[in-house]
Design a protein around this ligand. Structure first.
Ligand code: SF4
Length: 319
């Protein structure tokens, strides 16, 4: 069968580097900004990579490799860097209204290991550093974000910037099982602290919250307290959902490491990718309660960037 669309582009992409069992490719991108559905809290997304080497067992984005006619496991072994990311962004930003929110890193992590080699995320931030009046949110599990502190500070002076660091658990052993190649939770907390100290607005997101694994009041409380103590302003949090491509990896993982939980998950996700409403309501109330306990917002708090403020000052003397 002849491959078409994104599957054809993936098959044609030149091999850039093979590292252990991970292979890096370049893929020709037609566009870098994607419009979201009206129900989303942001209007545009940017994902400089397809696939993610961190290999989180619950990762929902595995389905994106299915579009390229690949198996869910290929998601963490075949990584595609989008070509001409910065150039495309420069062109496409013209169609973005000033009040629109742009989210970087919604499907794959923009600071995954491939970023050290290809720098696509940094090239995108260089474009934003020359913009003003934009709303940008970045989501990552990696302390590599600290490499770009210079650019983040420049962007934050001219635009509203928030950085969301995902930490599902402070339990190192559990984190290693769930997120085998992602930086340790402690390193992520250190990134929250350094970003906050540099004046960057941050939030910790414990997403996805997993029943029986990370949803306990005590562990979420510990995480929220650590977030607050390291300077985060926000603590988001939403429940796990598992599409069939994610189930194909997560359910066997549970059977191997948490056999007592596996039947409950199988039952829950047999007919739907989502957990039932009563669980979601209870979890929402738990997260809100914890958030209130530590005076945290749902995310980084909006602010008026320095440059906007300067522009708003009345001119004293006409020259
Ligand atoms: S860091 Fe995000 S994109 Fe990467 S594997 Fe984990 S959940 Fe998926």
């Amino acid at each position: 069968m002849a491959l078409v669309g994104i599957a054809r582009l993936a098959a044609e992409g030149p091999l850039l580097e093979a590292k252990r069992s991970v292979q890096y490719f370049e893929i020709a991108a037609r566009s870098i900004l994607n419009r979201t559905k009206p129900t989303m809290p942001f209007q545009w997304t940017i994902n400089p990579y397809r696939g993610c080497e961190f290999g989180c067992k619950y990762c929902y984005a595995r389905y994106t490799h299915e579009f390229m006619e690949m198996a869910p496991a290929d998601f963490e072994d075949k990584i595609y860097a989008k070509s001409s990311s910065a150039l495309l962004l420069k062109q496409e930003l013209r169609k973005v209204a000033p009040k629109d929110h742009i989210a970087l890193g919604t499907a794959t992590d923009p600071y995954q290991p491939a970023e050290r080699r290809f720098g696509r995320t940094r090239s995108i931030l260089e474009v934003f550093a020359r913009e003003s009046g934009r709303y940008l949110g970045i989501t990552t599990k990696s302390d590599l974000v600290m490499r770009d502190l210079d650019l983040l500070c420049e962007i934050a002076r001219r635009n509203v910037l928030g950085v969301h660091i995902t930490i599902t658990t402070l339990d190192e052993k559990l984190a290693r099982l769930l997120e085998p190649r992602a930086p340790r939770p402690e390193l992520r907390l250190q990134a929250v602290e350094k970003l906050s100290q540099a004046g960057i607005r941050t939030a910790v997101f414990p997403n996805p919250i997993m029943p029986g694994l990370t949803d306990g009041e005590r562990s979420l409380d510990r995480l929220a307290k650590a977030a607050r103590d390291h300077g985060a302003e926000g603590f988001g949090g939403g429940p796990l959902f598992l599409m069939p491509s994610a189930q194909a990896v997560f359910l066997p993982f549970l059977e191997e490491h948490f056999p007592r939980l596996a039947p409950h998950y199988r039952e829950q996700f047999e007919t739907s990718a989502y957990l039932d409403k009563s669980y979601k309501d209870e979890l929402r109330a738990r997260v809100e309660r914890i958030r209130d306990r530590y005076g945290l917002a749902t995310g980084p708090i909006d602010y008026r960037p320095e440059i906007w403020l300067a522009e708003e000052q009345p001119t004293l003397f006409e020259m």
